[in-house]
Design a protein around this ligand. Structure first.
Ligand code: IFM
Length: 458
């Protein structure tokens, strides 16, 4: 008899990180500042004045980190490339030392039989482009991004076969630009109108589309191209036909779903969203949607929480059910535990977005917890294990019901620089002592190691 919660053969177990959050070496070997270097160096922007200048010093310690990955047993690792290491001024000259670093990193992974899954943009856009034209406020960034992507694929495409274009468009656009309020993410620009904010995410979609074209034109071998999005999964309050229909109807109008995942996967901004936005909607040039709607080989779904929806008698026929006081959550204000969001997020791609053809992988799932080190030097993060186990059960359900879920990347391999929250919030299954850079696997590391080894949830 097969043990409970066994995954199909070939299911991709992995862990994820991102360049700015772990690499450090911010001013080394020709790297120029990103908007996150500037933002975090500005007093008051990041908790405790933390910056990514040193982070986990992965730039120097990657051989040790890859040995730890091998010990964990994962065969898949999601990392990101830092644009300002490769094209330090954002456009123009490329930096050979930056490319060499990622060649060494990728080769070391391959030497350990670990497949690199490479994200081409995880929020660290070159400061030079912010100074030149205001980063994502300008349409010009889409072509500059595609040109940088071509450089990376040219250099690494002989050894990398899994590419992701952009990570979480919502975060670096709608949280990077704000109206009448200082936004929490870099570049942290206050703009005049919400239309301007929507224009930034539209430019990001264009960058995604042009990058897909650049990858396909440059890759020397067949490869997988994905977008990574943290769309908001709507979960029916009860799994009855009326509440399921309500969750499906709500999906286009919650968060920014209708204006990010819809155009990327269907080629259209959802009409309900456009109706909601009115004159706040982005300006769309005639060919834009065709560029944005590129064929994809997979979709990366970053899932941490979700929203619960129920059917109502009043138009529009559904409503979001607020989380009550005391609803369980982990160590972030937005981290309510909604394991079913993983299952429903995958199912929405097949049914609500009508893309049953598109394989989905969980490109991030994990949680910040209030870890402490015991006198014996252990980190007994039972809360993190509890959270992860429930979400993996939801993944198992999606597969059991026939939805094309192909892999799972736990966020994160290491504690790291958690953006606005600096080093105060720990998402890793490996503890980092930032004073000594000592790595200590937490209880969740050992638990995940067993899951990976046995291809099932323990
Ligand atoms: O740390 C981030 C990551 O960079 C993007 N997705 C969410 C994670 C946790 O906040």
């Amino acid at each position: 008899m097969t043990a409970a919660f066994t995954f199909p053969p070939g299911f991709q177990w992995g862990v994820a990180t991102a360049a700015y959050q772990i690499e450090g070496a911010a001013a080394l070997d020709g790297r120029r500042p990103s908007v996150w270097d500037t933002f975090s160096a500005t007093p008051g922007r990041v908790l405790n004045g933390d910056t990514g200048a040193i982070a986990c010093d992965h730039y120097h310690r990657y051989p040790e980190d890859i040995r730890l990955l091998a010990h964990l047993g994962v065969k898949h690792y999601r990392l990101s490339v830092a644009w300002p290491r490769i094209v330090p001024e954002g456009r123009g000259a490329t930096n050979a030392a930056g490319l060499d670093f990622y060649r060494r990193l990728v080769d070391e992974l391959l030497a350990h039989q670990i497949t690199p899954h490479v994200t081409l943009f995880h929020w660290d856009s070159p400061q030079a482009l912010e100074d030149r034209y205001g980063s994502w406020r300008s349409r010009e960034i889409a072509q500059d991004f595609a040109d940088y992507v071509a450089v990376v694929v040219q250099a690494l495409g002989d050894r990398v076969t899994h590419w992701m274009t952009l990570n979480e468009i919502f975060c670096f656009t709608h949280l990077g630009y704000g109206v009448n309020t200082t936004p929490p993410h870099a570049p942290g620009t206050v703009v005049d109108t919400e239309q301007t904010v929507w224009q930034t995410s539209h430019h990001a979609l264009l960058a995604h589309g042009l990058a897909c074209q650049a990858i396909r034109a440059t890759t020397p071998q067949p490869c997988q191209i994905a977008l990574v999005d943290n769309y908001l999964a709507t979960v029916p309050l009860l799994e009855t036909p009326e509440h399921i229909a309500a969750a499906q109807a709500a999906f286009a109008t919650v968060g920014t779903n209708g204006g990010i995942i819809f155009p990327a996967l269907t080629g259209e901004y959802h009409p309900a969203l456009l109706a909601q936005l009115g004159d706040r909607a982005p300006h769309i040039h005639p060919d834009d949607l065709a560029i944005i709607h590129q064929p994809l080989d997979a979709l990366g779904f970053n899932v941490y929480s979700g929203v619960v929806v129920r059917a109502t008698d009043q138009p529009p026929g559904y409503e979001v059910v607020p989380f009550p006081l005391g609803y369980p959550r982990l160590h972030m204000p937005w981290l309510q535990i909604v394991p079913d969001s993983l299952y429903w997020g995958v199912r929405h791609v097949s049914e609500t977005l009508q893309r049953p053809d598109l394989p989905v992988f969980i490109s991030e799932n994990g949680c910040a917890a209030q870890d402490t080190v015991t006198p014996a030097g252990e980190i007994l993060d039972l809360d993190r294990i509890h959270y992860l186990r429930q979400y993996l059960q939801s993944a198992h359900r999606a597969i059991a019901e026939g939805y094309p879920l192909t892999g799972y990347f736990l966020w994160s391999f290491l504690d790291n620089f958690e953006w606005f929250w600096g080093y105060d919030r720990r998402f890793g299954i490996t503890h980092i002592d930032y004073a000594t850079q000592r790595r200590t696997p937490k209880a969740s590391f050992h638990w995940y190691q067993a899951c990976v080894a046995q291809n099932r949830i323990l």
